[in-house]
Design a binder for this molecule. Structure first.
Ligand code: PEP
Ligand code: MN
Length: 263
């Protein structure tokens, strides 16, 4: 593997351990974004997730509000002093996100599976050093996950993290995406310092399981969590069943036992 094993996890130390990224699956309106950002920021969360281009499995579902969200994000960022993370799935998304001062980018599971797209994204990132989080591919293929991370690393990005969001399976399961915990552990064996963030929302697909999956990840020494939070989860335009309210987030945080960092 050309060098990705040298990825350095120092950069994540600027964030609290464990790091929490919380916010809506999708930005739906300015009002929704300001409302949830205010509530989540009031709990001390410093990075808000906000999907604006949504990769939906089937057509005719809500595909995100697109670039008009940038103005809303700017206003939420300055009012509540938080950073914003968004998903990029093409070189054009990267260009627009960089132009609009998004703080952190992530590659979704449907992007990580495609080396051509990942390479185009990596090329568009050349010359910047924005933090980039790479979700695992939808299928349980460790090499594909490592390959996507390498392409981003080889483009000169030093602030890289991995998000574990589980793996799709045809088998009936309590999980929306089965966690297969060995795969992220194996990723860490290959790239020891890569920060590992668990996404219990997409692993579970169900808000009742968010706490248990989060606790397991923290017990395993994960560096952070990415959790979907919405002002009115049942009315969310995407991933309604797995989103939680800011009050539920606060309750989960109160009950999570945080392992003392070993390094
Ligand atoms: C998301 O983060 O809302 C998303 C689409 O996730 P994933 O790429 O993990 O399916
Ligand atoms: Mn989602």
């Amino acid at each position: 593997m050309p060098g990705a094993e040298k990825i350095n996890g120092e950069w994540i130390k600027r964030y609290k351990n464990p790091w929490l990224i919380a916010g809506p699956c999708s930005v739906e309106s300015e009002e929704q974004l300001l409302d949830i950002t205010e509530k989540v920021a009031a709990q001390g969360v410093k990075v808000i997730r906000a999907g604006i281009w949504k990769p939906r499995t089937r057509p005719n579902s809500f595909e995100g509000v697109g670039a008009k969200a940038f103005d809303w994000i700017k206003s939420a960022r300055s009012q509540f002093q938080v950073q914003f993370a968004t998903e990029v799935a093409s070189a054009q998304h990267v260009e627009q996100a960089l132009k609009n001062d998004i703080d952190i980018l992530w590659l979704g599971a449907r992007t990580t599976v495609n080396p051509f797209t990942v390479q185009e994204i990596a090329d568009a990132l050349q010359g910047t050093d924005i933090p980039v989080l790479v979700k695992n591919p939808v299928n349980p293929d460790l090499a594909l996950w490592i390959g996507a991370i390498e392409r981003i690393y080889n483009a000169g990005i030093s602030k890289i993290g991995a998000i574990h969001r589980g793996f799709s399976s045809f088998r009936k399961s309590q999980f929306r995406n089965e966690p297969v915990w060995q795969i992220p552990l194996e990723l860490k064996r290959n790239i020891p310092e890569i920060p590992l963030i668990c996404d219990p929302s997409h692993i579970s697909g169900n808000r009742d399981m968010i706490f248990d999956i989060s606790q397991k990840a923290l017990d395993m020494g994960y560096n952070g969590l990415m959790i979907e939070v919405h002002p009115d989860p049942d009315k969310a335009l995407s991933d309604a069943q797995q989103q939680i309210t800011s009050d539920q987030l606060s309750e989960i945080r109160k009950n999570l036992k945080i392992r003392k960092a070993t390094s």
